[in-house]
Ligand binder design. Structure first.
Ligand code: NDP
Length: 249
């Protein structure tokens, strides 16, 4: 079973590389949020779509971690806890807070995110519950990874908060300013990437690395799309601002 697991995981990563190449080369703008489009089929409520498409991640990883034959230990509890905290915010808090009343997204996008979250949740949960050997939470990589995860999470949440607050008084899009926004267009994506790099440093496992890579494969093309969109939409968009990695990209 372990051999099959590794094989499926490598196929999954290969599929991610192809998806990334396709998104970069085609410059296709995944049609939700500012790029939402009814050309992609039946449209569903944005907030409910966020809840349902992210929900599998919240439950699948913890369930497989818990039902597997491996005894829960401090290390596995740490992995499940930080995963759960991240997804509790994404599944419950984020959709309640976003100011996208009346906005819709194609059901095809919600479905693809739903299955993406099942796969990533399964690979990480199965690894923790069935395959992982016991590890110490006092190893140096755990300490470093946790700090990286916390920094990433605070950049992600504070940037999402800032974007949400731009809609306080009017419904349109504005140029976000301040903090990491002074350097890049999408600090929420940058923070999310940092977060999952931290998770990989803690876990030192192929499933965690796969999820970190998939996060990059999803968010880097989207950040480039957002960055182009900002430059097309605002004449006064700061010229020195990069898309997703300060001073680099
Ligand atoms: P966006 O930055 O596109 O949007 C976040 C929220 O802020 C939306 O409600 C959006 O409204 C609003 N918003 C964004 N920019 C502006 C602006 N300039 N003016 C006013 N309002 C604005 O992020 P996503 O919706 O793509 O992602 C949300 C979260 O989910 C992020 O934290 C991201 O990291 C995470 N995510 C993680 C993925 C992964 O693979 N791990 C994949 C996708 C997302 P509107 O929707 O109307 O545009």
């Amino acid at each position: 079973m372990i051999n099959n697991f590794d094989l499926f995981l490598k196929i999954w990563i290969g599929f991610g590389v192809l998806t990334f190449a396709y998104l970069i080369i085609s410059k296709i703008r995944t049609p939700y949020g500012r790029h939402s489009s009814n050309q992609w089929g039946f449209m569903v409520n944005n907030k409910w779509a966020w809840f349902w498409m992210e929900f599998p991640a919240l439950v699948v990883m913890p369930i497989f971690s818990i039902i597997g034959p491996n005894e829960l230990n401090l290390f596995s509890i740490l992995l499940v806890s930080i995963w759960f905290i991240h997804y509790f915010n994404r599944v419950i808090i984020f959709p309640l807070r976003i100011k996208t009343k009346g906005k819709k997204m194609p059901i095809s996008i919600a479905f693809s995110a739903f299955f993406f979250n099942i796969f990533n949740g399964f690979f990480n949960g199965y690894y923790v519950g069935y395959i992982m050997n016991e590890k110490s939470i006092f190893d140096i990589n755990v300490f470093i990874g946790l700090i990286v995860f916390i920094i990433g999470m605070s950049i992600n949440i504070s940037s999402d908060n800032k974007l949400i607050s731009l809609r306080k008084n009017s419904g349109g899009y504005k140029i976000p300013k301040g903090g990491v926004f002074n350097f890049i267009s999408c600090p929420n994506y940058f923070g999310e990437i940092i977060e999952w790099i931290g998770f990989s440093i803690i876990a030192l496992s192929l499933p965690a690395l796969s999820f970190t890579l998939w996060t990059c494969f999803n968010l880097i093309p989207r950040a480039l799309n957002h960055h182009e969109w900002y430059k097309e939409s605002f004449n006064n968009y700061p010229v020195k601002r990069k898309a997703v990695i300060p001073f680099v990209l």
